[in-house]
Design a protein around this ligand. Structure first.
Ligand code: ADE
Ligand code: ZN
Length: 338
């Protein structure tokens, strides 16, 4: 019997390319860490946290996201956060993850760079040993802060760059175009870092142009609004950019009004290398498989498109070519057999 689309999506080996580790802080763990660190949360209970997660736009989410991460204080907290995420994605058959973290959001609270990095990395190493999940680390700059602050953070990170694969750019997009950080990312490239930048989530197509032409990114995070500009779509296709699309995030942050209007199929039909990711799973209602389920339940993708999304994510991953080829072969086998 043929496996259903959902069964195929669940069984397939997968990659996650767009995940903010601080966005994987589940309400239960938020309460646990708050108790451990003697922090008072502005919520009566877990149900109240869940109730609060209704967002009208990106900024409304970010306000709660920065507040939530205040419970992360020690290296052990960052370890526990990251290991909980890894256990969760192992259940989703994720075999490789590229994890973003926001050093400035912790530095501002007096948490040292190496406290954050050591905790996250120790969990990632254990996840690789115990679950076989390979990883990359992406250090993201907060775009609502200044260029100067980004440079200061990069200087702090320099002794650790052998452990960090890429630099990213996130936080409130509107009014903070990629060009604000052109010099920072030029320096990142000189330092040998890969670059991936949030663009076209809420911001206009012009921000995606700036990301590719001025920041010279290797990948684009989200990129939804590129669909408004046919010349931009052509450039993204011709130059082979991977887009890290996040359907449940798009729904929760009102980038799309309704899941049935999600542009994933149009993106694939245009030839874009779209991939499926969870962004901030604890805030947006699900991990990678939940994102695939949402697309399948709304009949937004067919079997060939599911296959393309899976292949694209391995294609866009910063992983060894030999590992990539092995996973592609597994996908071929699964789809031929399924
Ligand atoms: N930081 C965490 N999640 C984000 C998102 N979806 N967009 C911008 N910044 C973020
Ligand atoms: Zn994101």
């Amino acid at each position: 019997m043929k496996a259903s689309l959902t069964e195929l999506a669940v069984q397939a080996p997968k990659v996650e390319l767009h995940l903010h580790i601080e966005g994987s802080l589940e309400p239960e763990q938020m309460f646990e860490l708050a108790a451990r660190n003697g922090i008072k949360l502005p919520y009566a209970d877990i149900e109240a946290v869940k109730q609060a997660y209704q967002f009208g736009n990106l900024q409304e989410f970010l306000d709660l996201y920065y507040q939530g991460m205040s419970v992360l204080q020690t290296e052990q907290d960052f370890y526990d956060l990251t290991f909980a995420y890894l256990k969760r994605i192992q259940a989703d058959n994720v075999v490789h993850t590229e994890v973003m973290f926001d050093p400035q959001a912790h530095l501002e609270r007096g948490i040292a760079f190496d406290t954050v990095l050591n905790g996250i990395e120790r969990a990632l190493q254990q996840g690789e040993r115990e679950f076989g999940i390979s990883y990359r680390l992406i250090m993201s700059f907060l775009r609502h802060l200044s260029e100067e602050s980004a440079f200061e953070t990069l200087a702090l990170a320099e002794p650790y760059l052998d452990r960090i694969h890429a630099a990213g750019l996130d936080s409130g997009e509107k009014g903070h175009p990629p060009e604000k950080f052109e010099r920072v990312f030029a320096r990142c490239r000189e330092l040998g870092l890969k670059i991936t930048v949030h663009a076209g989530e809420e911001g206009p197509p012009e921000y995606v142009w700036q990301a590719i032409d001025r920041l010279k990114v290797d990948r684009v995070d989200h990129g939804n609004r590129a669909m408004e500009d046919p010349a931009l779509v052509r450039a993204l296709v011709d130059r082979g950019y991977t887009l890290t699309v996040c359907p449940l995030s798009n729904l929760k942050l009102r980038v799309v009004e309704d899941m049935s209007q999600h542009p994933i199929a149009s993106m694939l039909e245009a030839g874009l290398k779209a991939t499926i990711n969870s962004d901030d799973p604890a805030y947006f209602g699900g991990y990678v498989n939940d994102n695939f389920r949402a697309l399948i339940d709304h009949q937004l993708i067919d079997r060939d498109q599911l296959y393309s999304l899976l292949v694209n994510s391995f294609d866009g991953a910063w992983m060894a070519d030999s590992a990539r080829a092995g996973y592609w072969a597994k996908l071929d086998e699964l789809f031929a057999r399924g």
